[in-house]
Write a protein that binds this ligand. Structure first.
Ligand SMILES: [Zn+2]
Length: 624
C-alpha cells in the first residue's frame, strides 16, 4: 500500500534488511560509491531496478546510464553471478547467500534540482537517480549510511529520518520515501525556522558567500499562510529546504517533507530576484499538499521504470502556480498591484503561445513527456504549458466560484475537499472525474461541465466575461512613448515602446540568432525561421538584440531584413506591429462587487477586518 508519510520518531533505532552505504572517496571525480546490502529470504535470485525518471519531472532520464555495477557478493565475500535483464534491471543469483552485497559507482555530474551532483565540495544525492530498489521489497524499511565523508564536509541535511545519529544512518519506511528524500552532504550553511514546533531546516549550498540571514524570517511568513490555506496544520513533522546557489540556476522540485531549489546569488540581495525566489519556495511548499499528498492516481504509487500518463498536471502545477501568487500576496511578498500585474503578464504570455489553439491543456498534461519536457523551439506553436494555462484556468475558476456563491465560496473550498478526501484515503490518488466531482461538491457551485470544457477544448479562455462578474477588467493596450527628462527637467528623446514581430532572439558570438518564431506573426509572414541568423535591418548591420529592437521601435513602415539560413543569405520584408500589453484593472461598480473582490483576495482563516487597509481593493486604484 502506497504511503508517503513518515515521522522521525518512527525510524529512530530501527533495523533494516536493505541498507545502502554511500562513500565519497572519489567525489572530486564526480563518483559516488554505493554499496547495497540486502538480507535474503531464501529467494533463488534478487532483482534490482534503477528508476528511469524522477517524480515531479516528467522526462525519461535513463539514470542507469550513469550507474556501474562492479560486483555482487555474499556475506562471506564470494562473488555471485549477475545478469542484466533490461537497461535498468539486473538480477543477482543468490545461491544460498544470506546477504547479498552489491558494489556500484554512480557518476553524478549534472547540476540541477533533480539530479545527483558530486564534486570535491559537496554531494547532492537524489536517491531516485542512483539507488536501485529491490523488486518486490519496496515496502520494507530502507536505511542509508554515509561513510568516509571527507573531513571538511561537516554537515548533512536530509528529510530522511535519523536512525543512529553518530554513524550518519538515516532511514525511510519504504522505497518511495527514500526516493523522495534528497541528501545534501558538505560544508553548507544551515538555518532554522520553527513554526508550530515544527523545525524547517534551510540548507544554503553556495560556492560564494551569500547573505541568507533574512531567509528564516521570510519562510516564517510564508509557511503559516500556506498552512492556514490548507486548514491550519502542517502535514509533516519536519521540513527541509535545500537551496542550491549557482549561476544560471532557477527551478525547484517538490518532495513530501522537503524541497530543492536552484537560484542565483542575486536571489539573496536583489528585490525582484528575491521575490521570484520566495514565490518558488511558496510554490514548492504548496506542493507538500497539492501534488505530493493530493495527487493524481498515476503519481503515487509510481512506476519508476517508464512514463506514467496523467491528464491532471493542470491541477498539480497550474493550481499550484496560481496559489504561489496568492500565497506570496497573503504573506506580503507581493503587493496587490504586483499580484494583478503578474496575472496580466501571464495572460499576455499565454496570448503569445499560439500552441494554445493546437493542443488542450489536458492533452498537454498527458503528453508532458514529449511536449513540455521535450520542447523544441517550435513548441510555443504546438502546445500550451499546463503551468501557465493551468494557472489562468485556476484563476478564472476561483473567480467563477466567488461570483456564483456571493463570495461565500472560492476555489480553496474545492481544494480543501480534495485534501479531506486525500486524508481519508491517503494511499489512493485521485482520478480526473473524482477531482471535478469533489471541486463541484465542496464549493456547491456548478462548474464541472465548464471546467471540463476549459481543460479539453482549445478555445480562448473567457477572461473578460468572468473578470467582469467580480469587478475586474482585462484591458489590452498599445504602450505609448514614455517622455524622459534629466536634471532640472531637460527633455530628451522619449523611450519608444517595443514592436511586435513574433521573434525570440539570442545573442551569440556568431551573431544574432532566431530562437523561436510565433505562428501567424510578422516574422512568420516574412518567412524568418528558427536558427536563422539576422544580419541587417533596414540596411543597418545588427549584432545585438538591443540594436535590433532600437531600429524596430523607431520604424514606421515595413523594413528590409537581411538574414542567413543554413549558410546562404536571403532578403525579406518584415512589417512589425504595435505591441499589445494586458492590464488587470479594478472596476468594481458597487458594494456587491467590492465584496466579491474582497472575498477573492481575503487571506485564509482571517477575518476581513484584519486586512491591512492599504490592501483593500478600492484603495489600489488602477493597477496593471
Ligand atoms: Zn510545481
Amino acid at each position: 500500500m502506497y504511503r508517503i508519510e513518515q515521522t522521525d520518531a518512527e525510524l529512530l533505532g530501527t533495523q533494516a534488511e536493505i541498507v545502502y552505504e554511500l562513500t565519497f572517496d572519489a567525489a572530486e571525480r564526480h563518483l559516488l560509491g554505493i554499496e547495497l546490502e540486502v538480507t535474503t529470504r531464501g529467494e533463488p535470485c534478487l532483482e534490482f531496478v534503477l528508476p528511469a525518471w524522477t517524480p515531479g519531472s516528467y522526462k525519461i532520464r535513463e539514470f542507469s546510464a550513469h550507474f556501474t555495477l562492479l560486483q555482487a557478493e555474499d556475506e562471506r565475500g564470494a562473488l555471485l553471478p549477475v545478469e542484466w535483464c533490461e537497461k535498468h534491471r539486473f538480477r543477482v543469483h543468490c545461491a544460498s547467500a544470506e546477504r547479498v552485497r552489491l558494489r556500484a559507482l554512480y557518476y553524478g555530474n549534472e547540476r540541477s534540482v533533480r539530479t545527483t551532483h558530486v564534486d570535491r565540495w559537496h554531494a547532492f544525492v537524489m536517491p531516485s537517480n542512483c539507488l536501485p530498489y529491490v523488486e518486490g521489497r519496496q515496502q520494507e524499511l530502507h536505511h542509508v549510511v554515509l561513510r568516509r565523508i571527507p573531513a571538511e564536509w561537516s554537515t548533512v541535511t536530509t528529510a530522511l529520518s535519523p536512525v543512529e545519529v553518530h554513524e550518519h544512518r538515516y532511514g525511510a519506511i519504504n522505497y518511495d520515501i527514500l526516493a523522495d528524500s534528497p541528501i545534501e552532504v558538505g560544508s553548507h550553511t544551515v538555518l532554522r525556522c520553527t513554526i508550530d514546533g515544527v523545525v524547517h531546516e534551510l540548507a544554503i549550498v553556495s560556492q560564494e558567500p551569500v547573505q541568507s540571514e533574512w531567509l528564516p524570517d521570510a519562510v516564517g511568513r510564508l509557511v503559516p499562510v500556506v498552512r492556514d490555506f490548507w486548514g491550519g496544520s502542517l502535514p509533516y513533522d519536519r521540513y527541509v529546504i535545500i537551496v542550491h546557489v549557482a549561476p544560471g540556476m532557477f527551478g525547484g522540485l517538490e518532495h513530501a517533507r522537503s524541497q530543492v531549489l536552484g537560484v542565483e546569488e542575486a536571489a539573496f540581495r536583489e528585490p525582484a530576484a528575491a521575490q521570484r525566489f520566495l514565490r518558488l519556495l511558496a510554490h514548492e511548499l504548496f506542493h507538500a499538499w497539492n501534488g505530493k499528498r493530493i495527487r493524481p492516481r498515476e503519481l503515487g504509487p509510481f512506476d519508476y521504470t517508464r512514463e506514467v500518463y496523467t491528464p491532471l498536471l493542470w491541477l498539480v502545477e497550474g493550481v499550484t502556480s496560481y496559489y504561489e501568487l496568492l500565497c506570496a500576496y497573503w504573506a506580503g511578498v507581493l503587493t496587490q498591484r504586483e499580484l494583478l500585474q503578474q496575472l496580466a503578464l501571464d495572460v499576455e504570455r499565454l496570448a503569445h503561445t499560439p500552441g494554445r489553439f493546437a493542443l488542450s491543456v489536458r492533452d498537454s498534461s498527458l503528453l508532458a513527456w514529449v511536449k513540455l519536457y521535450a520542447a523544441s523551439p517550435d513548441g510555443v506553436n504546438r502546445f500550451p504549458s499546463y503551468y501557465l494555462k493551468g494557472e489562468l484556468i485556476a484563476w478564472l475558476l476561483d473567480l467563477w466560484i466567488v461570483s456564483h456563491s456571493e463570495g461565500k465560496r472560492r476555489l480553496r473550498d474545492g481544494l480543501l475537499g480534495l485534501w479531506e478526501r486525500t486524508r481519508q484515503r491517503p494511499h489512493e490518488g485521485l482520478t480526473e472525474e473524482e477531482v471535478l466531482h469533489i471541486l463541484q461538491e465542496s464549493t456547491g457551485v456548478p462548474l464541472a461541465g465548464m471546467l471540463r470544457q476549459w481543460l479539453s477544448e482549445r478555445a480562448e479562455l473567457p477572461y473578460e466575461e468572468i473578470l467582469k462578474r467580480v469587478g475586474l477588467q482585462l484591458l489590452w493596450e498599445h504602450p505609448q512613448p514614455t517622455p524622459q527628462s534629466l536634471g532640472d527637467g531637460i527633455a530628451i528623446a522619449p523611450q519608444l515602446p517595443p514592436r511586435f514581430t513574433g521573434l525570440s532572439l539570442r545573442e551569440t558570438p556568431e551573431g544574432l540568432l532566431v530562437e523561436a518564431v510565433e505562428d501567424d506573426s510578422p516574422a512568420a509572414h516574412a518567412g524568418i525561421a528558427v536558427g536563422d541568423e539576422l544580419l541587417a535591418l533596414d540596411g543597418y548591420r545588427v549584432r545585438t538584440r538591443q540594436q535590433w529592437e532600437r531600429i524596430l521601435a523607431a520604424a514606421g513602415a515595413p523594413l528590409e531584413v537581411l538574414a542567413a539560413s543554413n549558410g546562404r543569405v536571403y532578403r525579406t520584408v518584415l512589417a512589425p506591429e504595435l505591441e499589445r500589453t494586458a492590464r488587470v484593472l479594478i472596476r468594481a461598480e458597487d458594494a456587491a462587487q467590492l465584496q466579491l473582490l474582497q472575498a477573492w483576495l481575503q487571506p485564509p482563516l482571517r477575518a476581513p477586518e484584519s486586512l491591512p487597509s492599504a490592501e483593500l481593493p478600492w484603495d489600489a486604484g488602477v493597477s496593471r
